[in-house]
Design a protein around this ligand. Structure first.
Ligand code: ATP
Length: 512
């Protein structure tokens, strides 16, 4: 069986071959860690956005949308803390000249220890089969316990050096753990330094400090500075939320793993303004609600886990990630952050404008607290693509590559295929296309054998292939072939609009 790294490579080449993701400026040999979404990719991306937008805005009477500018007044980033504290600790290996994030080196070291435990569990499963009690094994096996203790010790030290911004301590930790550069294999490290992740640029033609602006490193601040505008014009009462989808830019030290970590990416963020003191309750609420949104896609509950933050950002009083099982392991997909009144208070201070809420129930005015949900659209795209990608052996001995993308998110919902390119079948297929295209992204295809066309549609994840054959001309019925089971059923053309509409509806996901 192919290992995960191989699978990931296949996903990347599949994404290119079938028009999902292209390297940016490829004719100039590309630009590092920058990608373009192609004809099928952009459809999948738009559908993910729609699923999120519907779940957040349309399903909640008290959440509204926003589309703020990418450029913002430079003081915004002073107030938010990004100018002073949006840093990552970096370290270079003197032999390979490769640059790393110091915290990631330590986390990868921890992951290796976790892997050893997982391997022991796998061994136990193989040896004892159904009689193996994983929970008990993890709770009692001396090797597993010793490693957990070791991990705890490392995590405590990591948390301490990060919280205290102790860069010498960071280097010491890397040395004590004996971490080697994956490229050179050496322990010849530089000091650890802080590196600010914001991209700066100049506004207008006059260069100088005053005109220096930043590309936003998160969409959240566009929401905070509009808090009062939205609250007043929308006559919003607490609790209420503002949702936004948009580009963010971070000069990541190491951008890699395809679209997992890029310097230009897209976020889907929602800031929920709440009464101070209620943050714990809303934190739990949004953790659960967001996890439900993910699990509704049906990839399997074992693909998700919560990870509580060890190091809280300067603005947070609680934070957890929803991690997803990517081909390269569990990694952050979404963050849920209890941001307190940090952002609004800072903007009050720096702008000199009051950003309060008058509570008609208590006759008090206060700065609301904020609960944030923040998910990377590109990471969500990668999560779906890499999990949906399947290489299947069929009963007749042939193979197929299929993307089991949930129908509501699939780039093309239905392919309309005349069995042959004559006898009036193309015209009949076109008639069907002309009905369905108003509601769905459909594709008309008449080239090659029907089998080849099915395979091409499988490879881009089209859930339904509608085939027009000679019987269609006699009784106005067609076959619908379902992507995953490959089963076919015969239905009346007059029923198609309803059947396809029901099966690809977002409603199923939203009601799950
Ligand atoms: P990481 O620890 O992976 O750097 P983060 O904790 O800095 O991520 P947040 O600031 O919480 O990330 O951003 C919210 C979401 O935005 C993340 O959960 C992730 O899905 C996405 N995201 C962050 N940085 C990137 C990036 N460089 N490329 C793609 N998506 C990103």
């Amino acid at each position: 069986m192919a290992n995960n790294e191989e699978v990931f490579k296949k996903v990347i080449s599949h994404a290119k071959e079938f028009g999902f993701v292209f390297p940016s400026s490829e004719i100039y040999d590309g630009l590092s860690a920058t990608y373009d979404y192609a004809q099928n990719g952009v459809e999948l991306k738009n559908n993910i956005k729609e699923y999120w937008w519907m779940a957040m805005v349309q399903m909640h009477e008290n959440i509204v949308g926003l589309d703020a500018a990418i450029f913002m007044h430079p003081t915004v980033w002073k107030a938010s803390g990004h100018v002073d504290a949006f840093n990552d600790p970096l370290i270079d290996n003197k032999d390979s000249k490769k640059r790393y994030r110091a915290d990631v080196l330590v986390e990868e070291h921890i992951a290796k220890i976790e892997d050893k435990n997982n391997k022991d569990v796998e061994k136990g499963k193989k040896r004892f089969g159904d009689a193996f009690d994983e929970e008990q094994f993890r709770a009692t096996n001396p090797n597993v316990l010793r490693r957990l203790e070791e991990i705890k010790g490392i995590e405590d030290r990591l948390q301490k050096v990060q919280n205290e911004n102790d860069l010498d301590g960071f280097k010491q930790l890397i040395e004590d753990l004996g971490i080697v550069c994956p490229v050179s294999g050496s322990k010849n490290w530089t000091e650890v330094r802080q590196f600010n992740l914001m991209f700066g640029t100049e506004l207008g033609s006059v260069a100088g400090d005053a005109a220096k602006i930043y590309l936003r490193p998160e969409t959240a601040q566009g929401i905070f500075v509009n808090y009062l505008n939205v609250q007043k014009t929308g006559r919003m009462k607490l609790p209420f939320g503002i949702a936004q989808i948009g580009k963010a830019f971070r000069n990541e030290i190491v951008a890699r793993q395809f679209i997992f970590r890029m310097r230009e990416f897209e976020q889907m963020e929602m800031q929920y303004f709440i009464k101070p003191g209620s943050q714990k309750e809303w934190y739990e609420y949004w953790k659960e609600a967001r996890m439900k949104w993910h699990k509704a896609l049906g990839f399997g509950d074992d693909h998700y886990r919560f990870h509580d933050h060890l190091k809280l950002a300067h603005y947070a009083d609680a934070a957890a990630d929803i991690e997803f099982k990517f081909p390269f392991g569990f990694k952050e997909l979404e963050g849920i952050h209890s941001r307190t009144d940090f952002d609004l208070s800072q903007h009050e201070e720096y702008s000199g404008k009051k950003l309060r809420y008058f509570d008609p129930e208590t006759n008090e005015s206060y700065v609301p607290y904020v609960l944030e949900t923040s998910i990377g659209l590109d990471r969500m795209f990668l999560a779906i693509l890499s999990t949906a990608f399947k290489e299947e052996q069929l009963e007749d001995g042939s193979e197929r590559v299929v993307l089991n993308i949930p129908p509501a998110l699939a780039p093309v919902k239905a392919a309309i295929l005349p069995l042959v390119k004559k006898d009036g079948l193309p015209e009949k297929a076109r008639e069907i296309m002309d009905v369905l295209k108003f509601d769905h992204n459909c594709q008309y295809e008449e080239k090659d054998t029907i089998g080849k066309r099915y395979r091409r549609q499988d490879a881009i994840g089209t859930p339904y292939c509608i085939t027009v054959d000679h019987q269609t001309l006699e009784d106005n019925t067609v076959t619908i072939r379902e992507r995953d089971s490959m089963e076919q059923e015969r239905v009346a053309i007059s029923e198609l609009e309803r059947i396809i509409g029901d099966r690809v509806s977002m409603k199923k996901l939203l009601m799950a």
